[in-house]
Design a protein around this ligand. Sequence first.
Ligand SMILES: [Zn+2]
Ligand SMILES: [Zn+2]
Length: 151
Amino acid sequence: MDTSLALQKTKKHLRESGLKLTPQREATLLVLLENEKDHLSAEEVYFLVKKKSPEIGLATVYRTLEILTDLKIVDKVSFNDGLARYDLRKEGAQHFHHHLLCLECGSIEEVEEDLLGSVEQIIEDNYHFLVKDHRLTFHGVCKVCQAKATE
Ligand SMILES: [Zn+2]
Ligand SMILES: [Zn+2]
């Protein structure tokens, strides 16, 4: 989806939740949209936002990220380094996408397909636990690193 359309939708979402999209919030959101494929930490978001809005403070960026997380516009994830990272939820996604984390180069690939329907059914049947969402990260070696290993 193009960035301006995504921004419009999120604006609407914020308005419906009774929140104003201040210029600082908009700048933060824009950075997330422009780096959709990345998994930025709060500091990284702050660094990028600051380039466009030098007056913004880290606390404002943190606060905005928390608001966007509460509204399920972004998801908080963490990988091997334990840092909280922010990940835009895909439009219309029922579940959080999975991640493939390469242990060699640290790259992260996203898997959009849910694939977990039958697993969730087993959890619900055997553990009487109502599954609402999941976090799944596969640890392994990416295609590029596999090719390097055989060179
Ligand atoms: Zn992701
Ligand atoms: Zn790799």
